[in-house]
Design a protein around this ligand. Structure first.
Ligand SMILES: Cc1cc2nc3c(=O)[nH]c(=O)nc-3n(C[C@H](O)[C@H](O)[C@H](O)COP(=O)(O)O)c2cc1C
Length: 167
């Protein structure tokens, strides 16, 4: 699959098989995540890989969808704002860096035939306490990873002209 095909194939999948994810695939996906660029190469990110059934069951409290907390793996991409590059006006790029890493991870998972779903609607204080995140490490996005039960149809996208302007 080339990069365009991977982007076309990616979906938000909300049903997963219990079949485990191969360790070599997980390693490649995580390597893709940490290969992501970051502002001034500060790499102010932390990635939690959750496989433990008990912890996954606890994560039900943070996002109560069975397909999420029963997936073979859950990833939590975090930012570390104090380590991030800041623009001269003070804007901190930590969350952007964490998001780029997560997007690399999600596209790599797609390339491996795996499914994912970005999750932002989580209860942040509970993620911090369940994953024992030290202060200063901020969860940005979660995703389950696993083999899809069914692959949804593509969702609507606004036409190019509505979004892109050539100046
Ligand atoms: C930053 C972000 C946060 C999202 N949060 C959630 C979420 O909390 N729960 C969920 O079911 N989907 C979530 N989604 C998935 C979007 O609903 C989905 O990407 C969008 O509807 C387009 O569908 P597609 O991903 O299949 O192309 C999120 C997506 C992004 C990019």
């Amino acid at each position: 699959m080339d990069i365009y095909e991977i982007m076309r194939k990616r979906r938000s999948v909300r049903s997963y098989k219990s079949e485990p994810v191969e360790e070599e695939k997980l390693k490649r996906i995580l390597a893709a995540a940490i290969s992501a660029p970051s502002a001034a190469n500060r790499q102010p990110i932390y990635i939690a890989v959750i496989k433990d059934k008990k912890i996954k069951q606890q994560l039900k409290q943070v996002y109560n969808a069975e397909w999420f907390y029963t997936a073979p793996i859950i990833i939590c991409a975090c930012s570390i704002p104090e380590k991030a590059w800041k623009r001269s006006d003070g804007k901190n790029y930590a969350d952007i860096d964490a998001t780029i890493a997560m997007d690399h991870l999600i596209l790599a998972a797609t390339a491996e035939g795996l499914a994912t779903c970005w999750i932002a609607a989580f209860k942040e204080p509970l993620v911090k306490s369940i994953l024992n995140l030290p202060s200063g490490i901020e969860p940005v996005a979660l995703t389950p990873i696993g083999y899809p039960m069914n692959i949804p149809e593509p969702t609507y996208r606004k036409p190019l002209e509505e979004i892109v302007q050539t100046l």
